[in-house]
Design a binder for this molecule. Structure first.
Ligand SMILES: Cc1ncc(C[n+]2csc(CCOP(=O)(O)OP(=O)(O)O)c2C)c(N)n1
Ligand SMILES: [Mg+2]
Length: 621
């Protein structure tokens, strides 16, 4: 057996270059590239290796470690988890900056490979700059924080450990059921150490992403239940998209007439005007989907982890007889809500379920309700797209309407936190399965611009529009500089409402008057006055190298969108929006506990409303 003498850093890079994924006879490199911010802990180890291999694997220099992991995750999501990027950091703060985005990737079930530098394995120089010391163990570093947010975690204290660890990392990254953040902590001395690695480690390796089938007896049981249903409903999650099951789902619902409600990750599985599309379901759902969910006697969940936003905190499914069937590649999800668990790939399992439900179709009155509720909803959307703000200021819904009108079907919108995700979930008229990119598993402020870069890298032939609130923008706008530097063109629409409108609304709903959610100036005496801090977002974006413009009315907004699309530069369009004109909820509820005792009358009123709503929450066992 041949050997190659390489440093640990070089061996990792050689290994990354050789990994491929394969599904449905399409084989592609698994790692598109590597993002990295260097410091001690990776500059000499992985840094040297990436320099030497720069013609074979692309290196990107971002501005913030959290952002680079968001970028990698967005890239992987856009590529249906069949490709991703690796991220390398220095030890200490560089590493822990990645934690937030690692949690986001794991929660969203998106593969990213994290390679944080770590303290000396030999410990001879300890404590090294940025080392966390413990009085109870010498085997602790800040990288231990990655354990709960990683689906696989290891620390390479000796070169001999590397091969097995890399192979395990790939197994988890390419497993649809287990994927998420994978962390290999790399002590800086070990990274630079040379070792005789077996040649076999660097040979091209193809990771087949399988389509496991669910148990046949259970599929038959599920088919019988579905065929007995008078009011069925499908909840479609991100798993439908990742498994490339949209066409199969469309054929199934066209034949059976069953309505489909979409989660945030599942939005776009059907075009918005498809007769069986009920639109968004749950807290941020449409009246169509939420009424059908309320009445459903059988709910077929496909590729969803049923978060509280989807189930309206377990109040959405009100039929006392409701039963669940769940198709999911992960057992954890398939068993939720006492469903008949169809543990398998969404596309393959749906095909088998379809074959066993031949002849089944919903009744005429169900079809009629769906038609009527759907056209009610389209009218409501049109109405919201025309709501005007006070003193001529645009409303968020108006801007969304203008964007929906102006963008081409294959353009992609990217969003994550604030009031935009809820409004978009309800109102956005999806026309392409990859046109709606929402990170709403972690709903992490700051994902938007960084994520937009990942989407654009993954789909260079599409125009990418990042929709971001002023709060999220101020948390993480710096990747605009990365976009300019790397020539990754994105368009950003910044909704400026001078603070946290979403949380302001939530705060008011729990009786707390929007406390602490508005950017206000402090006077000399220390009081807050009414005036908002006037951040010059145009100057801010321009300072990072982007084109930037403010638009105050619908006509100039439309022109700005068209100009941004046509330009080869990244543009930020700043749109002041009315902070207080919000899109309401539609026959749904979110469980946010209100203080049980308070000196404030507004809180006591909110609590009594809360107690009432709480009675509709069910424990589905
Ligand atoms: C990193 C992070 N911190 C805090 C939150 C909680 N949070 C959710 S939305 C929000 C405010 C967002 O403000 P902005 O981006 O301006 O959007 P708006 O609410 O005004 O629509 C906050 C603080 C979060 N989701 N992510
Ligand atoms: Mg805001």
């Amino acid at each position: 057996m041949g050997i190659r003498r390489l440093t640990v850093g070089q061996a990792i890079v050689e290994f990354l270059v050789a990994q491929q994924s394969e599904r449905d006879h399409v084989t592609q490199p698994f790692f598109h590239g590597v993002f990295g911010i260097f410091g001690h802990g990776n500059v000499a180890g992985l840094g040297e290796a990436l320099l030497a291999a720069r013609d074979r694997i692309r290196f990107y220099l971002p501005r913030n470690e959290q952002a680079m992991v968001h970028t990698a995750a967005a890239f992987a999501k856009m590529r249906n988890r069949l490709q991703t990027c690796a991220c390398t950091s220095s030890i200490g703060p560089g590493a822990t900056n990645m934690l937030t985005a690692a949690a986001g990737a794991t929660i969203n079930r998106i593969p990213v490979l994290l390679l944080p530098g770590d303290i000396f394995a030999t410990r001879r120089a300890a404590p090294v700059l940025q080392q966390l010391e413990s009085s109870s163990s010498l085997d602790v570093s800040v990288n231990d924080c990655f354990k709960p947010v990683s689906r696989f975690w290891d620390r390479i204290n000796r070169p001999e450990q590397l091969a097995a660890s890399l192979v395990e990392a790939m197994r988890v990254l390419t497993s649809p059921a287990e994927t998420g953040a994978v962390t290999l902590a790399l002590p800086q001395d070990v990274q630079a150490e040379a070792f005789d690695f077996p040649e076999a480690l660097f040979e091209p390796r193809i990771w087949q992403v399988a389509r496991p089938r669910a148990d046949t007896a259970r599929i038959e049981q599920a088919a019988a239940l579905l065929k007995s249903s008078h009011s069925p409903f499908i909840v479609a999650g991100g798993g439908v998209i990742y498994s490339d099951a949209c066409d199969g789902l469309r054929r199934f619902v066209e034949r059976t007439g069953i309505a489909v409600g979409e989660t945030q990750a599942g939005k776009g599985v059907l075009p918005f005007d498809h007769p069986q599309s009920a639109g968004a379901v749950g807290v941020t759902g449409t009246s169509t989907a939420n009424r059908i969910a309320r009445d459903a006697d059988v709910v077929l969940v496909i590729g969803s982890r049923l978060s509280d936003f989807t189930t309206a905190s377990n109040s959405a499914f009100a039929n006392p007889e409701v039963r669940f069937i769940s198709i999911n590649v992960a057992e954890l999800d398939a068993y939720k809500r006492a469903a008949i668990p169809l543990v398998g790939d969404a596309r393959a399992t749906l095909e088998e379920l379809e074959a066993r439900t031949a002849g089944y179709r919903v009744r005429d009155d169900y079809a009629r309700h769906l038609r009527e509720w759907k056209s009610d909803w389209e009218r409501e959307t049109d109405r919201l797209f025309q709501t005007t703000g006070r003193r001529g200021v645009l409303t968020q819904a108006e801007v969304i309407g203008a964007l929906n009108d102006t963008l081409a079907p294959r353009d992609v919108i990217v969003c994550a936190a604030g009031s935009l995700p809820g409004d978009l979930h309800k109102l956005w008229r999806s026309r392409d399965v990859k046109g709606y990119h929402l990170e709403y598993g972690y709903s992490c402020m700051g994902y938007e611009i960084a994520g937009g870069l990942g989407v654009k890298l993954a789909a260079p032939d599409r125009e990418v529009f990042v929709l971001v609130g002023d709060g999220s923008y101020l948390m993480m706008a710096q990747e605009l500089a990365t976009a300019v530097q790397e020539g990754i063109k994105i368009n950003v629409v910044l909704f400026n409402n001078c603070g946290f409108s979403s949380i302001g609304g939530l705060s008011a709903s729990v009786g707390c008057d929007g406390f602490g959610t508005e950017y206000r100036r402090r006077t000399a005496s220390g009081d807050l006055d009414g005036a908002s801090v006037d951040v010059d977002f145009v100057a801010n974006a321009a300072s990072l190298g982007a084109k930037a413009i403010t638009t105050a009315d619908a006509a100039s907004l439309r022109r700005a969108i068209a100009d941004a699309r046509a330009s080869s530069d990244s543009t930020v369009i700043v749109v002041p929006v009315d902070r207080d004109v919000r899109v309401g909820g539609y026959e749904s509820w979110w469980d946010v506990p209100v203080a049980e005792t308070s000196t404030l009358e507004s809180v006591r009123v909110a609590r009594s409303e809360y107690d009432k709503a709480k009675r509709n929450q069910r424990t589905l066992l």
